[in-house]
Ligand binder design. Structure first.
Ligand code: PRP
Length: 207
């Protein structure tokens, strides 16, 4: 049996489609259920549905053999696992964003940055003497709108959330943020016979 940790949210549908196209029985992923552990009818696959930030945790620990998660999360979490494949789906960018008329805030000696990517933001702003990172868990765009922060450091996909809130990208920091297939290091050795053919099929499907 192969165990997957899959991201709930925006990557959920893409992950199921991709795996389905590679012969994984994903019918159970379409069920409307609150169950967190799902098993394919053929008994070949088990799926854990977790928050994106938790996918690398399950895969690093070996509780899941494989995971599908955004590169943004991998950068932020910095876990000890193998990144096997760029699934070329869900492309977005990690950006600094704020009000267009207030671009000069970036030169402020003291800058307040709201983000859910706290570790990454600390690295991005490492050369600044006075930086205040404000950790948030969602609706990040609300922070500059309400005056909680000067700018945000966040993922931008279509740009519609920024636009709807009168904000713009001030600086692109990481581009090519896509969904990645990750693997547990031990599973890749001990379950190579099961995992490698599936990884090869996925590679073929995305290329
Ligand atoms: C992300 C991100 C932005 C939005 C960007 O939030 O934090 O708010 O998506 O996408 P867009 O450029 O297509 O508008 P998400 O939808 O994951 O929800 P969250 O606010 O709960 O973090």
């Amino acid at each position: 049996m192969i165990t997957f940790a899959l991201s709930k949210g925006r990557l959920a549908e893409t992950s199921a489609e991709l795996l389905g196209a590679c012969g994984v029985d994903t019918a159970v992923l379409k069920e409307d259920t609150r169950k967190l552990v799902l098993e394919s009818a053929d008994g070949g696959y088990r799926f854990f549905l977790v928050k994106p930030a938790d996918v690398p945790v399950y895969v690093e620990a070996g509780v899941a053999d494989l995971g599908i998660v955004g590169k943004d999360t991998l950068i932020e979490e910095g876990r000890d696992l193998y990144e096997m494949l760029d699934l070329k789906a869900g492309e977005c960018r990690l950006c600094i964003a704020g009000y267009p008329a207030r671009r000069d805030v970036l030169t402020n000696p003291h800058l307040r940055v709201a983000t859910k990517y706290v570790n990454t933001a600390r690295r991005v702003f490492a050369d600044r003497e006075e930086i205040e990172i404000i950790p948030l868990h969602g609706s990040i765009e609300l922070a500059p709108v309400t005056g909680l922060a000067d700018v945000i450091f966040d993922v931008v996909q279509t740009g519609s959330t920024l636009k709807a809130n009168g904000l713009v990208v001030l600086e692109e920091v990481f581009t090519g943020i896509t969904a990645r297939l990750v693997a547990n290091k031990v599973s890749l050795k001990t379950k190579a016979e099961e995992l490698l053919p599936l990884i090869a099929r996925l590679r073929e499907a995305v290329s």
